[in-house]
Design a protein around this ligand. Structure first.
Ligand code: NAD
Length: 467
């Protein structure tokens, strides 16, 4: 497997010249060549495959991530994205004819050309350190941009492995990694970019958007949200419990699209809680803590934040509640809360805490969901088809999975993103290419048409105006 590389901060004084170098490379036009892009994507694919074991070890150290989860949600996730991108790139880069063109305008061959945006910055989050960093980078490469990746410093081992893979696999004059925390990111934001693609919290997203506005730099923001699950009295409690428990235990609940609270019809509470208990036993027959299939909280800061949320809650713990600070372990914890103002609902938990709030009926659930956060990243209704459609038609969210926890996020061809305060812009599949592409409108006016064009030139005689 080899040694895990060390995480080292990039010297701040080197950042400006790094970015200038990438911009100079972009201006050589070499990333415009489709074969160049395909070769880079292929090399990244093999870099991931060859370093699979290092990635698994890095994610284990950073987040206690189970091997299977790392393989599924980081390694093969990115490799599949590369294959899909490579298979479709030649088609996506082709000029598109303008739609609905009048016959006379066809003479001007109106087209949309797919231009790379330029030199871009990708800032990653810690929870899926590989996927959330390389996913956008794959789109930037495919679109023909040069790029800096700034992974999250909170998962330093994964960040260091990505730096090694990128340095060994990709053209260093076009793609590089800058390592660091706030000072390094601030120095990066002082540079001029053609796009900033940011994944992380809304607080930092606001800092990034403000900074980008100073230079009119476009941003894509993939942010968090307090995502509701809604369970009606007609839902299947076993199905809802299994699926929502899975959504809260993957990556120890550190999933931006995971449900942050569950609004449940009062009649369903006992059955749902019992099914949660059953599912927990089924998933972790020897106990959660002893299981190799359950991760850990990323660091002390996040552990203490989650502990405080639970300590401040006025709710009743129905399942779990155990923590081990030394191991950064938090048991999947179901808490019945009495009000939407409870600390477990009013903040994004981003961990394995699952508050449930009993409601009178579906109308009340929809009302509360809209009041807690009118534009969450995800939304998860369980009930009859009609009930789930009603939820969708009376709420907004970045995406939604009916009868499941965030399954929509695992469809590689479905654009993923937030809305309102959960983000702007989307990526994955073709959307990852589009997000780094400028759709440049072009026409070509043939020389032979000049006689017909005469009408537009002054003097605007009465004869011309009659035409
Ligand atoms: P974060 O915002 O703390 O950090 C994300 C990145 O921003 C890191 O690379 C970090 O170095 C940088 N950063 C932090 N503070 C900064 C500052 N003051 N100035 C400039 N850059 C700064 O987010 P996180 O803790 O890594 O992730 C948790 C949050 O991200 C949650 O809110 C979660 O919902 C959200 N998230 C969203 C998605 C999505 O796809 N929508 C995915 C994962 C996480």
């Amino acid at each position: 497997m080899g040694e895990l590389p060390a995480f080292e901060h990039t010297p701040i004084e080197s950042i400006a010249s790094t970015v200038n170098g990438l911009r100079a490379s972009f201006l050589t036009h070499k990333t415009r060549d489709i074969d160049f892009r395909l070769v880079q994507l292929r090399k990244l694919y093999w870099g991931l495959k060859d370093n699979k074991d290092l990635i698994i070890e890095a994610c284990r150290r950073d987040l206690g991530k189970p091997t299977f989860e790392t393989y599924l949600t980081e390694v093969s996730w990115c490799m599949n994205d590369i294959v899909f991108m490579s298979n479709n790139l030649a088609r996506w880069v082709r000029d598109e004819s303008a739609p609905d063109v009048a016959l006379t305008n066809k003479l001007f061959s109106p087209k949309i050309r797919k231009d790379p945006l330029g030199t871009v910055l990708v800032i990653g989050a810690y929870n899926f350190p590989i996927q959330l960093s390389l996913g956008p980078l794959i789109g930037a490469i495919a679109a023909g941009c040069t790029a800096v990746l700034k992974p999250s410093e909170s998962s330093p081992n994964a960040a260091a492995v990505m730096q090694k893979i990128i340095a060994e696999s990709l053209d260093p004059s076009c793609y590089t990694v800058v390592q660091g925390a706030v000072p390094e990111t601030t120095a990066l934001l002082d540079q001029k970019w053609d796009k900033i693609f940011y994944t992380g919290s809304a607080n930092v997203g606001t800092i990034i958007a403000k900074k980008a506005a100073e230079t009119l730099t476009p941003v894509t923001l993939e942010l968090g949200g307090r995502n509701p699950a809604i369970i009606t009295k007609h839902a299947d409690p076993k199905l809802a419990a299994r699926r929502l428990l899975w959504a809260k235990t993957l990556n120890a609940g550190q999933v931006c699209v995971s449900q942050n609270f569950t609004l449940i019809d009062k009649e369903m509470v006992p059955a749902f809680v019992q099914e949660m208990r059953n599912s927990l036993r089924e998933f972790y027959p020897n106990g959660v803590k002893a299981s190799p299939d359950y991760g850990r909280i990323v660091n002390q800061r996040q552990f203490q934040r989650l502990k405080k949320m639970l300590d401040e809650s006025k709710g009743k713990i129905l399942i779990g509640g155990t923590m081990d600070e030394a191991e950064l372990f938090i048991e999947p914890t179901i808490v019945q809360v009495e009000s939407m103002d409870d600390s477990l609902i009013s903040e994004e938990s981003f961990g394995p805490l699952l508050p449930i709030l009993a409601v009178q009926d579906l109308d009340e659930a929809i009302k509360i969901a809209n009041e807690v956060h009118d534009t969450p990243l995800g939304l998860y209704p369980f009930g009859t088809q009609k009930e789930m459609e009603k939820v969708l038609s009376q709420t907004r969210s970045g995406g939604a999975s009916m009868n499941d926890g965030y399954f929509h996020a695992s469809i590689p061809t479905l654009a993923f993103g937030g809305v309102g305060s959960s983000g702007q812009g989307a990526y994955r599949g073709k959307a990852s290419f589009d997000v780094f592409t400028h759709r440049r409108s072009i026409t070509r006016t043939p020389a032979w048409i000049e006689g017909m064009m005469d009408v537009r030139y002054p003097p605007y005689t009465a004869k011309k105006q009659k035409k």
